[in-house]
Ligand binder design. Sequence first.
Ligand SMILES: Cc1cc2nc3c(=O)[nH]c(=O)nc-3n(C[C@H](O)[C@H](O)[C@H](O)COP(=O)(O)OP(=O)(O)OC[C@H]3O[C@@H](n4cnc5c(N)ncnc54)[C@H](O)[C@@H]3O)c2cc1C
Length: 353
Amino acid sequence: MAQRSPNKVLIVGDGLAGTLMAWECVKRGLIFEQWSNGSPAASDVAAGMFNPVSFRRILPQWDPANHMARARIAFQGIEKSLGITLWHEVPIIRVFPDAKYADLWEERASGTHEVSPYIETLSAGDLHPSIHAPHGAGLVRESGWVDVQLLTEKSREHWQQKGQWKTQAWCMEDGCPSEFDAVMDCRGVGAVDDLAQFGLELRPNHGEVITVQTELEWGQQTVNNVTWALPLGSGAYRIGSTYRWDMDEPAVLAASLDHLIDQANLVRTGPALVATETTSHRAGLRPSCFDRRPILGQVSARSPWYFACTGWGTRGVSIGPTMVDWTLDAALGLITDVPDEVHPKRFSTFTKN
Ligand SMILES: Cc1cc2nc3c(=O)[nH]c(=O)nc-3n(C[C@H](O)[C@H](O)[C@H](O)COP(=O)(O)OP(=O)(O)OC[C@H]3O[C@@H](n4cnc5c(N)ncnc54)[C@H](O)[C@@H]3O)c2cc1C
């Protein structure tokens, strides 16, 4: 719990976490300034997809009903403030990898499983003619994407114009600058070293996405066969992602381009997508934790003004608004502490010194 409720907050980082934090501070009547050192952000790369279903075992994601409802309100509120469109509802077509998976999907879709409200099985006639799905395919409702790059870019411009944003690096050693009561650490993987001092391991998870501009007509639904192809309109598709734990720089790898294109072609009939149709290829580092839950709230008894808000992993869009709420609720003393599932104490190595 904070020593006293902060009125003036320093938000460090202007990726998705820092941006959502800034807008929530406005809503709660807090004065804030946002600093960024301009280092590469995962949010500059994110496809921004939200999807209530985990495909590996056909289960719901983490509390999708509440997190998604909160996310919709947050992003649509920002849309209104900035006069832009961020929230795009686009169903996902999951192409089944084999007959066993298809059977499990059908059982869950037609039953009363907690994932049932989100999924249905499709017949061959329901599929876009470009889709090759020998074992069938299913549809995921309540999925789509948020234009994260437009969000961060327009928000940055907005706060810059208001004199509430500046290029400035910060680390924990700098302490809480005298003009602020609290620091919200939204540095993504930029927080790795500071959190390590407290036994908290934030791990960079390297990922790449490409954008292609194609003559091919692949329809207006996202198609997923582990790799996904997301329609952006006017013949553009975003294709991703890769996941690697062995890289701590956001380097773009030529082999990933071939891999993503090969994977996307696997579930298509007709002419194949070729690498020359690629218009962008980007890499980023997702801030991730061992249990795929964020690190929120206070980590240091000696620095009660410090609040972590990072570790959003692969799912910043869906969980982000709730994570910001929990961090601010704890900072403002509206809740005693952040929930256990995001609390630093779940790390066996955590030392709150
Ligand atoms: C390839 C890829 C695909 C993805 N796809 C999706 C998706 O489809 N859906 C989804 O929900 N999520 C997706 N993600 C994950 C998503 O990007 C992250 O969950 C989210 O963007 C993390 O936001 P963040 O603000 O915590 O970190 P970042 O976006 O990394 O932002 C960190 C910020 O801190 C700043 N900073 C760092 N160090 C300092 C410092 N010392 N001082 C000042 N500023 C500093 C940086 O400049 C940056 O502004 C994807 C990620 C990748 C890499």
